[in-house]
Write a protein that binds this ligand. Structure first.
Ligand SMILES: [Zn+2]
Length: 324
């Protein structure tokens, strides 16, 4: 009976089990049907059983090997062929890995070496021991000797980020913006009676939300505004909240001049137009954010609001040089 018990279909083996008497059970080997009623862990003759199956820690970092501890028992059998299969849970990112253990001894606790070529990808796994005896009987799986274990393989932590340099990074020097300085050649931009107003009209005085970047030249509404130097008109627009009708001229010497609060409908030039010194641009007004008629005049180096390097300078000394 023993020799072919392993070949019995499970149902047939189960059917035969109740007929096995207690005396017979204690005296000798039981049939393959014992898996339905035999106490957990007792070795079977027809099938190997994983009396011990451990994988060390249940959480590993990728690149470290599980510490396998395996004991397989099968009555009357000295060696079984075994392998360990790592099967990833769906969606956990791992991939199936089979580690053959070869023909291993039964009846003793073994610590199979982890093959260096076997690499576990990060993921969550069910690890199962598979073993088959010489007659082909496969490993029995019981509640307390299931031959299975869970394993989580975590990704290797990223190497620590390089420390930020303790010295500040070298900032590429910005191209110095050439400043032609004050020139006496040129035409005062307001062609009529004017004054420079008080402290509030000065460059650098505070305004709500910004700093006054120009010099105000007070003059009667309608007084012609002219270009101090030859150049090109590069902007002509309207800004209700601040500059009103305004113009920008890039002078031939590299400076940019900004004229704001022009009277409505008095633009005398167009964008792109090349102009001589003294060219009328518009007339003094108080459009935009202006309490009374005046020319708001700015001088920019590096272009008018062209990039980070461009900036306004105090135009008063230049205005005074032209105002002779
Ligand atoms: Zn102003």
């Amino acid at each position: 009976m023993l020799s072919f018990a392993g070949a019995l279909p499970a149902s047939a083996a189960a059917a035969s089990a109740p007929s096995v008497g207690a005396a017979e059970a204690s005296a000798g080997p039981r049939s393959g049907g014992a898996e339905f009623g035999q106490p957990n862990g007792r070795p079977s003759a027809a099938h190997p059983i994983a009396t011990t199956f451990r994988i060390g820690r249940h959480t590993l970092t990728a690149g470290t090997a599980p510490k396998l501890a395996v004991r397989v028992d099968q009555r009357g059998v000295s060696r079984v062929t075994a392998r360990v299969v790592f099967r990833p849970l769906k969606g956990s990112g791992g991939s199936v890995l089979t580690v053959p253990l070869g023909r291993i001894r039964t009846g003793r606790l073994l610590h199979p070496a982890w093959p260096s070529s076997a690499a576990l990808k990060p993921g969550r796994y069910i690890v199962s021991l598979h073993a088959s005896g010489p007659a082909g009987g496969q490993l029995l799986r019981r509640a307390k000797a299931s031959g299975k274990a869970p394993l989580t393989v975590k990704a290797k932590p990223a190497p620590p980020a390089p420390k930020p340099p303790t010295t500040p990074p070298v900032v590429a020097p910005t191209t110095p913006v050439p400043d032609p300085g004050i020139t006496n050649d040129g035409v005062f931009p307001v062609a009529g009676a004017h004054s420079f107003g008080g402290a509030d009209a000065r460059f650098g005085t505070g305004r709500t939300g910004h700093t006054h970047e120009g010099q105000d030249v007070l003059a009667a509404e309608g007084t012609p505004v002219v270009s101090p130097l030859a150049g090109i008109v590069v902007a002509r627009d309207y800004q209700a909240s601040a500059a009103g009708y305004y113009l920008t001229v890039d002078a031939a010497d590299g400076r940019s001049f900004f004229f704001a609060h022009c009277q409505k409908d008095t633009f005398a030039v167009t964008v792109g137009q090349t102009i001589p010194a003294g060219q009328q641009l518009c007339r003094v007004g108080h459009t935009g954010d202006a309490t009374g008629p005046h020319l708001h005049f700015e001088i920019w180096l590096g272009g008018w609001r062209r990039d980070k390097a461009s900036h306004a300078i105090d135009p008063l000394a230049q205005l005074q040089a032209w105002d002779r």
